[in-house]
Structure formats: C-alpha cells, structure tokens
Design a protein around this ligand. Structure first.
Ligand SMILES: [Zn+2]
Length: 209
C-alpha cells in the first residue's frame, strides 16, 4: 500500500531543501480536548483549525502533530489505538483540503502503571524530542518553524527545539509556571489567528516545487 505521505509527495521540497513546519499540539489546539480520548468519532476540529491549516499549507508549511499521550502509560488505552486516531485525523483534515505531514506522540509518563511506558523520556513535552525526531525524519528547518499549543509546555518544547512558539489563549493553561523558555512569542485566539501571525511574519516558507 502506498503511504498517504508518498502519494502526496510531501516532506522536503523536490529539490531537497529543508522546509519549515508548523508543529501542532493535538488536544485543545487542533481538536477539542476530550481527555484520553481515542474514539475517532469524538474528534472535532477546534474553531478556526480548518481555515488556519489551509492558510499554512498554502504558505508552504509542513503540518505536524506533536502530542503527549500519557494514557498509554496510565493503562487507559493501548498504543495501537493511536493509529486509529491518526488515521481519523488525517481523514478529517483531508475533508477540509489539508494534508497532515506527520503525527508524533509520546506514550510515556514517569508515574504511569504500565512498566514499559512508565519511564522518564526525552519526548514528553516540554522536552523537544518529538520535534527533533520529526525534523530529522522530515528534513524540517527548525529555525523557520513554529509550535502552536494551548499550554506553556508546548511553548517550551518549541523553544527548546529552536522554533518560535504561539500560545492559544483559550483557557487551557492554568498553572502559568514561568521559565526563560516558556514566554510565548505571541498569543492567539485560535488556530486561524495563529496562522495569520505565522504567515504575516513571513518566515520565507518555501512553496513545494
Ligand atoms: Zn516519551
């Protein structure tokens, strides 16, 4: 079976030039937050998501989900359930004319109950491991990339990977734990607002050839 990504010819441009990405938190940013949900039927795009992602795609940004999924380590669902979530999300976005270029998740949680996953890792946000892996696998130019998320751990992960970061001011951050890498470059009201900021900043995103 031809992978969807191959079919769409995505990744680096045809010339092999690293392209920028917009990394997206999933729950509360891209889709409405339903805690520990892995039921594809419960995936609903947030307000402004479809229009915002269309704008970013047209501007030449790869769109890559970066998600903490500690429900695996907590024993709430099995890791393969996330494959169904990814497939459903790709279908949902394609219905809106938007391809998803990558879907990366961290299944770990140090205090989890499933021994295999109850570990300190380098991929659970605010660590930047998933972004670094995505960039390595997809030839992403991190210096021209952005992270959009709804909590400061997303902001920190983006900054630790060398990206700029936008916080969606939608009420999901409740702790506001400060830190030198946790100051958003910008706040936005939803993904469309964030997309306008990113495109307006003009990072020199290369349109795919
Ligand atoms: Zn992890």
């Amino acid at each position: 079976m031809i992978r969807l990504e191959q079919h769409l010819g995505l990744g680096t441009t045809c010339l092999g030039v690293p392209s920028p990405a917009v990394f997206l938190d999933k729950d509360g940013t891209l889709v409405e937050d339903v805690p520990y949900n892995v039921d594809p039927a419960c995936l609903t795009l947030t307000v402004g998501a479809a229009a915002g992602l269309r704008l970013l795609h047209a501007a030449g940004y790869q769109l890559i989900v970066i998600s903490n999924q500690s429900g695996v380590a907590r024993g709430l669902f099995l890791e393969p359930a996330l494959l169904a979530v990814e497939a459903a999300l790709r279908r949902l976005l394609l219905e809106h004319g938007v391809p998803l270029h990558g879907f990366y998740y961290c299944p770990h949680y140090p205090n989890g109950v499933v021994a295999e996953y109850a570990v300190a890792c380098s991929c659970r946000k605010p660590a930047p491991g998933l972004l670094l892996r995505a960039a390595r696998e997809r030839g992403t130019d991190l210096g021209r990339s952005w992270f959009v998320g709804d909590i400061l751990d997303d902001v920190e992960a983006g900054h630790r990977a060398g990206c700029r970061a936008i916080l969606l001011d939608v009420g999901n951050e409740t702790e506001w734990r400060p830190g030198p890498l946790r100051q958003p470059d910008c706040m936005a009201s939803d993904l469309l607002d964030a997309a306008r900021v990113i495109v307006g900043a003009g990072a020199g995103a290369l349109l795919p050839a």
